[in-house]
Design a protein around this ligand. Sequence first.
Ligand code: SAH
Ligand code: SF4
Ligand code: F3S
Length: 484
Amino acid sequence: MFNQIDLDQIDLNAEPPVNEPLRQYYYMAKLKKLVKERSEALGHPLSCCIKTFGCQMNARDSEKLRGILEIAGYKLSDSEESDLVLYNTCTVRENANQKVYGHLGYLSSLKKKNPGMVIALCGCMMQEPEVVDKIQKSYRFVDLVFGTHNIYKFAELLVTSLESHRMVVDLWKDTDKIVEDLPSERTYSFKSGVNIMFGCNNFCSYCIVPYVRGRERSRKPEDIIKEIEALVKDGVVEVMLLGQNVNSYGKNLDEPVTFAQLLQMVEKIDGLERIRFMTSHPKDLSDELIEVMKHSKKICRHLHLPLQSGSTAILKKMNRKYTKEQYLALAEKLRREMPDLAITTDIIVGFPGETEEDFQETLDVVSKVKYDSAFTFIYSKRTGTPAAVMENQVPDDVVKDRFNRLLALVQDVSKEMSLRVQGQTLPVLVESINEQDPDLVTGRLGNNLLVHFPGGSELIGKIIDVYLKECKGFYYLGELEEHK
Ligand code: SAH
Ligand code: SF4
Ligand code: F3S
């Protein structure tokens, strides 16, 4: 494991090793030396700031990138007024891209004040050639650009960048490589995301993720277990297993393993208390998985099951590979087998060709499934995806109107569902001091609802029973069991 490596023992006069992760350990040692020299020359430690745009996958990648910077001696900061700023970008919808360009303008003004500042960009948006062209032409102050497939090389790339005076760009189209045993700096001490697979093979017709994250690759179960065991030793009680479609985990391994089997292996890890996972594609959610969830003591009663649309015709155009009826039957089965399960979803409004009737089918599924919560998105055209060139793109005003109607319904049903546990006493993992009221702490129920209740920072990271006194729509006000 990484924590057994002593970077100061690495001989920097030798040639860099060819094999990974040894090569990266070499570059981390080199980076550490450069950081030390620079901070001595400046008379203060070098600071760095990583901003994450996008999903849990990106958030986990940022923890790995942060781990490398921390090992190298950078002081982690939340402020972009730092010596190194790295944006880990997202491109799933156009507004994600716009946000990054907006922020870049601000970085350019900071760099004028601090010319030694290093500006680096990575993540999904950088896998798009048009974006990189634009950055090379119009954002010359950027120092380093890399993508999603080579984040493990960050130390090496940063050394190259610090030693050169030109923009360093390193982008790979795809990879079949998974590099294990690199450091990471977790955002929370008590919970962590764990990648179980990378990439996506589903090619939903609206979605850019398969193009920017490459083909599906599963990590070996033993590597996943080893990582979780180390996390548990380090104080983690909850893990979130991450993949674009966890239900197809393990199919392409030399010795295939199903996702349900992986869950059973993870369940056996002593000291681990809660298991979550994200995301489940409805097309291949197996009965085996339902059985394993039902009998598990650790898997949280929460399933994120993206619907995208309730219309079978639109689902077909989206290449989702299930019908409205199949989705409803699956949701019904889940509710029957696990009545206390929270089901959440993602829905897109305004996919090309969506008629009012199609939209009514979506509303119908929402009323029938009664989601505990739903993320609703306005369709965003992604260049290069099949949907971008489909006819009958829906006019903005029509989409906006549908979006508002959907949101109103989603809020109604999820309020109703949230009420289900009022008056019960349930285990809560305490995550933080409440942002508004320092006398309260904020924790999470197994079903993913937030609970605020009186308590202090000594409770953070603990799982405790909380009486759910009052439902406030999408969250609870509670009381510690002993104060009830
Ligand atoms: N792999 C996950 C989702 C990844 S993207 C899954 O299959 O569920 C997260 C969500 O973004 C998707 O579920 C979808 O609802 C939304 N999304 C993806 N592409 C989009 C687009 N072009 N426009 C609007 N929403 C989109
Ligand atoms: Fe995108 Fe579909 Fe893959 Fe999810 S499953 S990442 S929506 S292509
Ligand atoms: Fe965005 Fe990439 Fe995630 S495009 S949603 S950060 S996989």
